[in-house]
Design a protein around this ligand. Sequence first.
Ligand code: PEP
Ligand code: MN
Length: 370
Amino acid sequence: MTFETIFPREKRPLLIAGPCSAETEEQVLATARGLKAQGIDLFRAGIWKPRTRPGAFEGIGVPGLPWLRRVKEETGLRVTTEVANAQHVYECLKYGVDVLWIGARTTVNPFSVQEIADALAGTDIPVMVKNPVNPDYKLWVGALERLHKAGLRRIAAVHRGFSSYGDSIYRNVPRWQMAIDLMQEFPGLEVICDISHICGRRDILTETAQKAFDLNFDGLMVEVHPTPDQAWSDAAQQITAEQFGDMLRKLVLRPTTTDDPDFLVQIENYRGELDDLDEEIIHLIARRMMLVREIGAVKKAKNVAVLQPERFRALREALRRRGDKSELSPEFITLFLEAIHQESINQQERIMNPGAAEKRLPASFLWEND
Ligand code: PEP
Ligand code: MN
């Protein structure tokens, strides 16, 4: 798939900002005027709002569309809003909305995405596709494909993090690797970071925006409101236009590379060392697996179960302590060990029950097939 930028522009990053929801004409216009002064490229405001639970403010609907038109007339800014079905698309086209976006709760549903793609066929309107609420890479790519097949090329992706159960500093955990994978698979695709829905709170917006810049995102989407605490939706994560400007001024945009020969030589040397280390790591893991298979054979001879939870717990604790001393995070140690342990179990299973293990599906089956 090849993509075009959602609209022509010279500068990086693309700045998209505006309220979570369009509430009143005054609120929309006040936010747009404040943001125009901060130099944004695209004004956002939700007209139809997908809310997790009923009873919350579900968006102003069609009466809000003329407000967006006034923003265009008064400030010259392009405007964007979320669409979740064909009717939303037709209304937006009627009112001259410049860019549409598909929300996280819609990207999960191929029926809805297809309906939107069909409604857009034959137009040249730019569309931004948020990641699905669950970390399903194929579903995200699938939505891009549906739009692409409908003939659209001005398509961007928006990374807004993923739902999770349990404690996290984020409202939606970023799982940055998924956005990075998308950038690598589709080099011409603009990938924008929606820091507001990732963070869900104001105090970590700046550091998250900096992280997005450091990971070479093409732009930011940020929720901005004249009186954030009084917002009708997502109050905790919205900031004022002035705070948005202050944040921008703190961010450092570093180029992805430089021709400085000193830099290139240094990086080349480090990378060579890293390559050697990676090879060594694989070699060590392969050696570990050889031992694991030997243990498997002993267990089989003595008829002992493969999984020994006590041993795994003890190993994890010991390595977490080691990790602490080596500046490795406990989360990394856990993930790393679980991966090693899973592979060890699979290898021993193959020895204990030769035929059965081959028929078992690998964990990746769930996301590699649908
Ligand atoms: C929004 O941008 O206000 C919104 C509802 O986003 P998401 O689809 O990412 O939850
Ligand atoms: Mn919101």
